[in-house]
Structures are given as C-alpha cells and as structure tokens.
Design a protein around this ligand. Structure first.
Ligand code: GLN
Length: 307
C-alpha cells in the first residue's frame, strides 16, 4: 500500500477544516498554540515511518500520557488496580465531577481525569515518592519511543497547576472517599507533569508499537506487558479513549485511540502499525477536530480497521 500517497491525500482533504477547531485555552500556556497546524505519522513493525506535515514538531501530549501511566500501573498492580478504578465508558466530559460523587469516588475508567489522577496516585504509592514517579513515567515513555530526548515542559504544567481547581476538586473528592493514598497536591502536580510531556507525531506513533504487537516492542523485542494486558489497554482505548465521543470515534475511525487536549491523537492498528496525528484545534468534546477526521479518512481509504 502506498502510505505516503494516502497521507498526502488526507492532508489535502483536511485543509478546509484547519480553522474550525478551538485550541484548549483553559490551560493558558496552551492557548498560545496556533490552531492551523497538522501532522500525521505511522510507524510499521520494522520501524519504517511515513509522515506528512510538521511531524517533527513537539507538542503537549496531555491526556495521551494516560495510556502510559495506565500501562505502568497495570504492570505493577495487575487486576488489583480495578479495585480503585473501573473500566466502563463514562459518557461524560473528561473533567466531570458529578459521576464521581454518585459512584463513591471510584472513577469510571483510567482515561478520564479522575481515573488518570487515581492511576498517578497508585504509581506514587508504588515508588514511594512523587518525583521518582514522574521520572519513571518519563523514562518509560522514552523507552517505548526509543528516544532519550523526550522531556516535559514545566511552563505548561505550572500553568495548569495555577488553574487546576477542577482537577484538585476531583482529587479531593476521591480523597474524601478514601480512594487516594497520597497528598492531593503532589498527586495532581505529578499528573500535570506527565500531561506536559512534549512529543512529535513520529515519536508518538513509534510509542504505540508495543500495544499493536501484544505487549512486545517489535523493533527492540522487549516485552513491556502481557498479551492479555495489551488486549485490555486497547479495549479501554477503544471504549473510553475519547471520553463522551468514544462511541463516535469507534464508529467513524474503528481503531483503539487516545486523544489529548494538546490536539494529539494516538491510534493502534493491531499487528500492523502505530499511528499519530496532531492538529491543535479541538471539537466540543476536547478531541482534535482535524485529527479525528484524518484518522477517519485513513481507515476509510486503506480499509484498515479492527472491524
Ligand atoms: N491536563 C489536562 C487536564 O487535566 C488533560 C486533559 C486532556 O487532555 N483531555 O485537564
């Protein structure tokens, strides 16, 4: 298949949509990003990459980091993790508080904010220290991306901390239900630092290979998680990866995926490739508007999907 040609077609077809989305301005440091940017990359199992647009530009991965922290928590806790977090779609916005109250402080899934904050808390308990947790997650991201240059942007995480009232409220609510072990501020700050990691679509598509290959990085041969765990992470990406637009994403794209408010999306094609797309303008549910469309065009043009 001529992937490069398909990517070129996609880039042309999404041009008219580039000004339709709205950048995430609730994090002031992200409000300054120009919305009319686009990049898309795929990485095959032998490491070959195809890209279009600004595929080397670094951007804030935001909630895509939730896939990495969830993977690590599963490595350490396995099924025990589900005592504190569910794995059902929420049907609610990513930062919603109401459902968490009704459900006694147990988050619906690891990809809404409450769930990811809870996952971070579990990692801090495992490592016994918030700074070590932050560094270990960063190390894990570097290792699955095979790129030691990856780092976070603390201007973004500090900006988010200053305006992080809602995430602090989620953490406090979980704490009030005895479903958060560590200090609320430390947990939320560590979560923000992971969200502020910066990567390009080339790096992100590379980082998904182990999930496309039953837990084993096909290039390095390293097993990161069990086959069963890889299946579960992909399932949660499919059902919960786009919050209250997860059904829409499954319907239109047909792949496990995870979005972030920085405008990035990762997607997994089992047994074939990792994909990433970036365009900072978001739709109403906080997912990249052009990114979602580009992935829909990709699966439609190639006929590749899990269905
Ligand atoms: N750091 C962001 C937040 O907590 C992540 C949200 C997202 O990417 N959907 O609001």
């Amino acid at each position: 298949m001529d992937y490069q040609k398909i990517l070129q077609e996609i880039q042309e077809e999404v041009q008219e949509l580039l000004h339709k989305g709205k950048v995430a301005d609730y994090i002031p440091a992200l409000a300054e990003v120009s919305p009319a940017q686009f990049a898309m990359s795929i990485t095959l199992f032998d490491g070959t990459q195809f890209s279009i647009g600004s595929a080397d530009t670094l951007f804030s991965i935001q909630s895509i980091s939730k896939v990495y922290s969830f993977t690590m928590a599963l490595q350490f806790y396995s099924k025990e993790l589900y005592k504190r977090i569910n794995i059902e779609p929420s049907g609610n916005p990513f930062n919603s508080l109401v459902q968490l109250e009704y459900e006694n402080g147990k988050p619906r899934n690891p990809f809404i904010n409450a769930g990811a904050i809870n996952v971070t808390d579990s990692l801090i308990s495992y490592y016994g220290n918030d700074n070590i947790t932050y560094e270990q997650v960063l190390e894990f991201i570097r290792s699955i991306s095979q790129d030691s240059s990856i780092d976070s942007n603390l201007v973004v995480s500090n900006s988010e901390m200053e305006h992080g009232h809602r995430n602090l409220a989620l953490a406090n609510l979980m704490k009030s239900f005895n479903n958060l072990d560590n200090d609320v501020y430390e947990v939320v700050q560590t979560y923000f630092k992971h969200c502020s990691v910066e990567m390009s679509t080339k790096m992100l598509s590379r980082s998904m290979l182990f999930l496309a290959n039953s837990g084993v990085d096909p290039v390095s041969g390293v097993r990161h998680i069990s086959t069963a765990q890889a299946k579960r992470i992909n399932a949660v990406m499919l059902t919960c990866g786009h919050y209250d637009a997860s059904g829409d994403f499954a319907f239109n794209v047909g792949l496990p995926g995870k979005s972030g408010v920085g405008g990035g999306i990762v997607a997994v094609v089992p047994n074939l490739m990792g994909i990433s797309v970036w365009s900072p303008g978001l739709n109403e549910q906080g997912n990249s508007l052009v990114g979602t469309k580009a992935l829909e065009l990709f699966t439609t043009k190639t006929g590749i999907s899990i269905f």
